[in-house]
Design a binder for this molecule. Sequence first.
Ligand SMILES: Nc1ncnc2c1ncn2[C@@H]1O[C@H](COP(=O)(O)OP(=O)(O)O)[C@@H](O)[C@H]1O
Ligand SMILES: [Mg+2]
Length: 572
Amino acid sequence: MTKGTITGVNGNLISVAFEGAVALNEIGYAKLGETRLMCEIVRIRGTVADMQVFEDTSGLGAGCEVEFTGELLSVELGPGLLKQVFDGLQNPLPGLAEQFGFFLQRGKTVAALPRGEKWAFTPVAKPGDRVFAGDTIGTVPEGVFTHRIMVPFGLKGRWTVKDVAPAGDYTVEEQVATVVDGTGAEMPVRLMQRWPVKIPISCFAERLRPEKTMVTQIRTIDTFFPVALGGTYCIPGPFGAGKTVLQQTTSRFAQVDVVIYAACGERAGEVVEMLREFPELSDPRTGKTLMDRTIIICNTSSMPVAAREASVYTAATLAAYYRQMGLDVLMLADSTSRWAQALREQSGRLEEIPGEEAFPAYLESVVASFYERAGRVRLRDGSTGSVTIGGAVSPAGGNFDEPVTQATIKVVGAFHGLSRARSDARRYPAIDPLDSWSKYKGVCDETLVAKARAVLRKGSDVGQMMKVVGEEGTSMDDFTLYLKGELIDMAYLQQNSFDETDAACGADRQRHVFGVLCGVLDAKMRFSTRDEARSFFHRLTQLFRDWNVAKWDTPEFAAGEKAVIDAVSSRQ
Ligand SMILES: Nc1ncnc2c1ncn2[C@@H]1O[C@H](COP(=O)(O)OP(=O)(O)O)[C@@H](O)[C@H]1O
Ligand SMILES: [Mg+2]
């Protein structure tokens, strides 16, 4: 193993003079007495490696020894990941919500996958089978899923199965198969494998276009600004506008198999609250707890920035692992701005030439390659899987005209901009219906959506004008248009994530309700005074809202619909 000696310390960055060979992103351990602090090479200059330390560096100084491992920062992949809460380096943080101190003791690491636990393995492959990296060797049940045990992702080319263990209980470290390549080289297959987080897992047959809607059951999203399975989207918004609540609602109701939630660099208090709430959320798909199909990667603003930088890659790697089992995975990052700040700090210490607002000049390419971790793929066995990535962005002061938001907008497929005006008015979700956009296909008819958007836009224009000239300064038609725009907002865009029924609106229901709403927008209604118009729309809004909290496909639902339709026809 290559060894080195620290020549300088600057915050969490150390310079290490080494002899021998090292590689970028290689992991090493700085020795401080008995304690070993993990660090990663971020730059090599001649025989000096600059390394970021994943822990508090106090006590480290010139002369301390560093051992290089020859390995890149890696995570463990295998059964037992679901339900866990990890830090950015995949150390499990059990019972975390109870304590406020997130830190493991410095220098301590804990295996991500429990070593003693046994899993019921069922072989799928047989001796003599031809296999490639990522192909299924056998399965084990994990919670609600069949977890595939796969040929290690790093193996190149074609391999032959030499032997497979019989059905039985095995720990993650036990060998369950052997594969050999054309030269006779043998490789063991275990329930667990390791994979470097900064390298995408790419052992699938082909990339597919993200053309299927990922139904979130949030009306504003699915109808107006949809997200596709395997697509990418961002949620920029000022502090308190509802990014975290929106992501939590999405993780609960989105029609996906697995959710990976990266809580990245937000304040400890907020993260603790999130961790407390998450296990209490019930899973509408199984009736059990949502945690059964969730993994949380958690990194607060008080944890070292280097681990924060790593945490989103850890999350993306876990997401791709489950995709490789033919599952639809949603990865949410909250917030990517804090992640970008970690990049900025690191770049500053490296004294790189800064770009805009002192972010590194390569910010855009780092953001782009992060979102490239998303995608829908066809696996070699014909099944499909997807990783969808949604990133919250928290620009200072809610100003979207800043480097992180701008770099993100360039690469994502949908933009859900949260507006301070909407959240102040408690119009939730605060996704701005005029500013937001999506390149994906939604659940409703596109022509109808375009019409409704036109009403929203014109209605908003009239509303702005009325602020100047007053209601009397607008024509009756314009005034009605304004009220129709408000109706779309109040009756359809706004959705109460704390109401049992309204919180989740399935695709069929959205199509149905949106159809009725569009009928109302088309209807020619006559009013003789503005007061009359206003009070009619007020009542209509209330009828829609009552309808929204009626359970789908019940007599109450039918009654709610009839009340809306009757009210409208009485005006025609
Ligand atoms: N959909 C919603 N329905 C009701 N209240 C909401 C909703 N979204 C946000 N809020 C309110 O706004 C507060 C801040 O939301 P949060 O998601 O924490 O904001 P952010 O993550 O953008 O800082 C929440 O604690 C809640 O009171
Ligand atoms: Mg938040």
